[in-house]
Design a protein around this ligand. Structure first.
Ligand code: COA
Length: 161
């Protein structure tokens, strides 16, 4: 039997508890879950792609069916390359929906065999975004509950807190 392969793509700059929630729940289906870190030319990241990949590897080291990889260019091409037919996306609020719907339909048009599955983010994390986390870190605020301990430590280091 073929193992079902899914890709959870994103910028993960940095990974938050919201991302970890989606990764853990998506991995619980026991298929192969590839977290795809996008080298996104339209964003200026705080962490390099290599750093984000390393951080995600450390954060998921106890989940055997999760792999971390990076990609640039189109998500559909990355999915084809790794043999994935499913894209996982977390939805935080209705405001996410319009963009996510457009993205899912664009991907479906380019690659009809690809299905996008939306998972509602757990209520504890619906308000979190990587930008909010970076802003709080930059201005020395408290981000308890927003990110895993490892991410808190690297942010403290980046901002000399
Ligand atoms: N919990 C908390 N935060 C979450 C979250 C969750 N479950 N899901 C998303 N977010 C936040 C992220 O932290 C991020 O915050 P930020 O904007 O402050 O950095 C924001 O939501 C969206 O980020 P992310 O999920 O990482 O998506 P993205 O918009 O950076 O990238 C891709 C989305 C990678 C799927 C998309 O850009 C892509 O596929 N690009 C490749 C090019 C392509 O194929 N284009 C054609 C299709 S349109």
């Amino acid at each position: 039997m073929n193992t079902l392969t899914a890709v959870y793509p994103g910028s993960f700059d940095p990974p938050t508890n919201g991302h970890m929630d989606i990764i853990e729940r998506a991995a619980s289906f026991n298929g192969r879950l590839i977290v795809g870190v996008l080298a996104n030319p339209s964003k200026s990241p705080l962490f390099s792609v290599e750093e984000r990949v390393e951080l995600l590897k450390e954060l998921t080291k106890d989940i055997p069916n999760v792999e971390i990889s990076s990609f640039s260019g189109l998500l559909v091409d990355f999915c084809r390359k790794v043999g994935a037919r499913i894209v996982i996306r977390g939805l935080r609020a209705v405001t996410d929906f319009e963009f996510e719907f457009q993205m899912a339909l664009t991907n479906k048009t380019m690659s009809p065999e690809l299905e996008t599955l939306f998972m509602p983010t757990s209520t504890d994390y619906v308000w979190i975004s990587s930008s909010v986390v970076k802003e709080v870190a930059m201005f020395d605020g408290e981000f308890e509950g927003m990110v895993p301990k490892l991410i808190k430590d690297v942010l403290d280091k980046k901002f000399n807190r």
